[in-house]
Write a protein that binds this ligand. Structure first.
Ligand code: J9N
Length: 271
């Protein structure tokens, strides 16, 4: 996979040289190229932003440097392949594991992390006519710029590429991987020593009883999901829930709705 990043802070992308993404590059699975947006300006001050039409706070990134930078990146592909454009923005569609899988199947991604209040809309319109463009948000909080989002998305995508993760670190069981346990969060995990600072480990994990261990892990996953992500319980496919799951949810204050899905009465939600 080829990956281009156009940014006014190339040094912010240095982490792409280390860890998992760095290893993927070293193994030849990933070709990463970082470009300085300011090299596509022509004025003495290398201006990349200007005041917004219609007034308001902040600055907007000018379209011309982005146009020249993207034309240059696209042309470097030899005119054969068309990249997928990924634009980090808090107004984008949520970045999920599903989108990471979708991106990992594409041969060429170009990221355009913006500073200020975003990029002149005409840039997204222009390239939207020639390329697949994804405006994506990595969460409901506001960053100072899209560079950190590029690092997040890149890491989520790179670990899905064939030959990047070792055999010891497979990704089938990830909380959000398609096929994980009924879309539940992962429960707690333990390793040696068996006692640490007076704290033991749950007895069931050394019982050798695989059925009981699986049941315990599922219960833990449920409790954690109820506590941290009740929205996942509400969206849970009722067919994925067995009798034990249902009675556990009932004990935690959940009610089965007429369609078989689960919801919580208002007085329980307020607690
Ligand atoms: N999810 C998300 C993206 C962003 C930004 S701020 C500037 C570019 C992208 N904040 N939060």
């Amino acid at each position: 996979m080829r990956l281009d990043v156009v940014t006014i802070f190339p040094e912010y992308l240095e982490p792409l040289n280390v860890s998992l993404v760095g290893k993927a590059r070293a193994r030849g699975r990933l070709d990463v190229r970082v470009h300085d947006l300011r090299t596509f300006t022509h004025d003495r001050h290398n201006t990349v932003d200007d005041t917004p039409y219609g007034g308001g706070p902040g600055m907007v990134m000018k379209p011309e440097p982005w146009g020249e930078a993207l034309d240059s990146v696209i042309a470097s592909g030899g005119g054969e392949e068309r990249p997928t454009l990924v634009v980090p923005t808090p107004s984008g569609r949520p970045f999920t594991q599903e989108l990471a899988v979708e991106f990992s199947r594409r041969p060429w991604l170009v990221f355009t992390p913006a500073r200020y209040e975003g990029i002149d809309r005409r840039v997204i319109e222009e390239y939207g006519e020639r390329l697949d463009v994804f405006e994506v948000s990595i969460g409901d909080y506001v960053l100072a710029g899209g560079e950190a989002a590029v690092l997040v998305i890149t890491e989520a995508v790179a670990r899905l590429l064939p030959g990047v993760l070792g055999n010891a670190e497979s990704h089938r069981d990830d909380s959000f991987a398609p096929g994980a346990m009924a879309n539940l969060l992962e429960g707690p995990v333990y390793t040696k020593p068996p006692e640490w600072r007076g704290r033991g480990i749950p007895e069931v994990l050394v019982s050798g009883h695989h059925g009981k261990i699986a049941r315990w892990r599922r219960d833990q996953a449920f409790r954690r999901t109820v506590a941290n992500r009740p929205d996942l319980i509400e969206r849970c496919d009722p067919a994925e829930l067995d009798k034990h799951d249902r009675s556990l949810l009932a004990a935690l204050g959940w009610r089965e709705l007429p369609d078989g899905r689960f919801g919580r009465p208002a007085e329980v939600v307020e607690e």
